[in-house]
Design a binder for this molecule. Sequence first.
Ligand code: F6R
Length: 236
Amino acid sequence: MIKVIRTTDYAEMSRRGADLLAAQVLQKPNCVLGLATGSTPEGMYSLLVEKYQRGELDFSQVSSVNLDEYYGLSSDNDQSYRYFMNYHLFDHINIDKAKTHVPNGLAADADAECAAYDALVDELGGVDLQVLGIGNNGHIGFNEPDEVFTAATHVVELEESTIQANSRFFEDISQVPTKALTTGMRTIMQAKRVLLLAGASKKDIVDKALNGPITPQVPASLLQLHPNLTVIIAEN
Ligand code: F6R
């Protein structure tokens, strides 16, 4: 089932997303959240922090697995996704940091790190709620357009368009890593529920992903086959 919620703007998209995520934590206090970084979920994370501060949520039993991490960045680099998660969410709620997982961007053996990450997700029993943003090219996580869908967590060469898009967070485009570790399509598709958030600039690619052909050239199109997908779109 695909449920599309059209919201007026970014603030409402964030509020609806935060409400769904909060409901998941209330329903299953020891749930496994699959989390994304990027500018899209920032508003949702800050609303979750507010809910926590008001005493409405308890994250003490929650585990999390993030989708991806730049290859070559350490966790204390302010552009790393581990840093992002601590800064926007984990440092402000009562989640046990030992239960929060982000691929290790400095792993000497990246392939072994990817295999270990998939084993960890299995050990946790899979993801209850997977939060996703979407790239302008249809990527989810860092599953870039390709000839095939890749099931397992893997090392990916970032597309030029992704490097361009993400350079807005860096001082200089030359500092954007060219590789990343990303959860593959299996973890995403096996999540019990998927929540895709999309700001107004992503309307066309979301339309292509949900209504166009299912193809690895638009990785998010595979979500059409997910049994429990909620898409929250900001119209403006
Ligand atoms: C980030 C991730 C990416 C982003 C996507 C959109 O963890 O997995 O797929 O969700 O690149 O990024 P923003 O939200 O910055 O437009």
